[in-house]
Ligand binder design. Structure first.
Ligand code: EPU
Length: 456
């Protein structure tokens, strides 16, 4: 088995998914209701934040996804005691016995996750040292960690690159710093927050990312006792405090999962009520969804996304940091765009290689040309650098069933949608990767009336 296949199996197994391939008979609209839980891209960081407290933290609305399992394992090897609380989806994290972990244990638990880099600030505060192995994550570009290392050095950390990973120490403690990010990186902004809250003195971060998940992390840190001010110009100021307590917090729901099911409703000509979806966190997505020809109804508990029965329209999308169109939303939506009448363009400006997933769609009959040029109004970091980061999608096309292999998390969900909308039968393998970020997706497909079998 290749390493991607093994990775997929590990992710699936972590959440009790015993199969890694599903056969889908496409062409049935997805109709029904599903419920969101806490956002993957907040919950995992909130779990790391628990290390900063001098008492236990209680996190609610935690999804059963393999990324959560990985972070829990990493916390446990660092001496954090983790246990389920009385409420479904409640996790109690007690960091009172935090200790240095063995490099081999960190390596074994980290798997392909990038979260270990965010342990550095909190561990430097608690223990004066931190170690991170080689980092993985989805294969959607180089995904360097240079911003993170520069941030940590700004706070006074000493960074040593070893053959086995990166070792950091802070023999004289960490001090507040003036930090300016060259790009509003989500992870680097979180790195600054998780490090600055206990650093001595004031930190000023400019060029910060301001995604809703980051705002919710700030909510958590404030509950713990941090003093953080967010200005309107991507500037965040943090006044370091000497100690933080634990938190009790209900994680905001997963808007990326909501957008994925919305795209599935549109592509399969169905109707999906997504419980927990919130308009204010999805404004940009909702605008595009409507322009493509989808519609939605919003109430207090969630949003129903549906196909109106009319032909879909082409759109031009440029992915961007919040409040722009999230990069994580483009892959699922591309399947619907292949069915729209006319030429759509998706200019990916966040990751340099996020169109690997379209090969399978082309094999299924989609007409998608991936170009090196910046096709859009934005000059992005990847123009003139030979990255295939703009997709031209000509429709309408009818997708045919095929044997396809999931390449990464969001690309994988897009493959599921493609198989669900295709004529005939498709076999989708490596579906375990989808368990990294989509809770109970097999059960949800069943609830929505998908026609599929799980292959042993
Ligand atoms: N970057 C650097 N150097 C760094 C860090 C980032 O060059 O040190 C670059 C990246 O290579 C990328 C860009 O900056 O081109 C943005 O990366 P960012 O740091 O914002 O991404 P991240 O924190 O690694 C999180 C999410 C991603 C999501 C992005 C953008 C988590 C665990 N991951 O990644 O989610 O796409 O922000 O919003 O929060 C997903 O959920 O499928 C996923 C990939």
């Amino acid at each position: 088995m290749n390493t991607l296949g093994q990775d997929a199996k590990n992710h699936g197994a972590a959440v009790g998914l015993s199969v890694d391939r599903i056969t889908i008979n496409g062409g049935k609209p997805l109709i029904g209701r599903i419920e969101l839980r806490g956002a993957k891209n907040l919950v995992t960081k909130a779990m790391v934040a628990a290390i900063l407290g001098d008492g236990p933290s209680v996190l609610k609305n935690v999804p059963n996804i393999s990324d959560v399992r990985i972070v829990r394992g990493l916390l446990e090897v660092h001496g954090v005691h983790a246990k389920e609380g009385p409420e479904d989806g409640e996790l109690i994290l007690d960091p009172s016995a935090v200790e240095t972990a063995h490099m081999a244990d960190i390596d074994a638990h980290a798997g392909s996750s990038r979260i270990p880099i965010l342990f550095c600030g909190p561990l430097l505060h608690r223990l004066g040292e931190a170690f991170i192995p080689d980092l993985g994550g989805c294969r959607i570009g180089d995904r360097p960690i240079d911003f993170h290392l520069d941030v940590l050095r700004n706070f006074g950390a000493i960074v040593d690159k070893l053959p086995s990973g990166i070792r950091m120490s802070a023999p004289h403690g960490l001090r507040g710093a003036k930090v300016s990010l060259p790009y509003p990186s989500v992870g680097a902004t979180e790195q600054v927050l998780l490090t600055a809250v206990l650093a001595e003195g004031l930190t000023e971060l400019s060029g910060a990312a301001i995604e809703p998940e980051i705002m919710d992390l700030i909510n958590i840190l404030q509950k713990m006792g941090a003093v953080i001010t967010v200005a309107t110009d991507r500037v965040i100021r943090i006044e370091g405090v000497p100690r933080l307590g634990g938190y009790t917090h209900r994680a905001l729901s997963d808007r990326n999962e909501a957008a994925s099911w919305a795209a599935a409703a549109l592509a399969t000509e169905g109707s999906i009520y997504v419980g927990g979806a919130r308009q204010d966190e999805m404004l940009t997505f909702l605008n595009v969804f409507r322009k493509v020809g989808g519609d939605f109804e919003i109430n207090d508990e969630g949003i129903r996304f549906f196909h109106t029965g009319e032909p879909l329209h082409p759109v031009i999308i440029e992915t961007d940091v919040h409040p722009g169109f999230m990069t994580d939303w483009q892959q699922p939506l591309v399947v619907a765009l292949a069915k729209a009448r006319g030429v759509s363009i998706v200019h990916e400006t966040v990751y340099e290689q996020r169109f690997g997933f379209v090969d399978a769609l082309v094999e299924m009959g989609a007409s998608i040309d991936v170009r090196k040029e910046c096709l859009g109004g934005m000059r992005c970091r990847f123009g003139q650098r030979n990255f295939h980061h703009s997709a031209v999608i000509s429709g309408p096309t009818t997708l045919r069933g095929a044997d396809i292999e999931v390449p990464d998390l969001r690309g994988g969900f897009s493959h599921l949608i493609a198989a669900l909308t295709a004529e005939g039968r498709s076999t989708v393998s490596n579906v375990g990767i989808i368990a990294r970020g989509y809770e109970n997706f097999i059960t949800k497909l069943q609830l929505l009336g998908a026609d599929f079998t799980l292959d042993a």
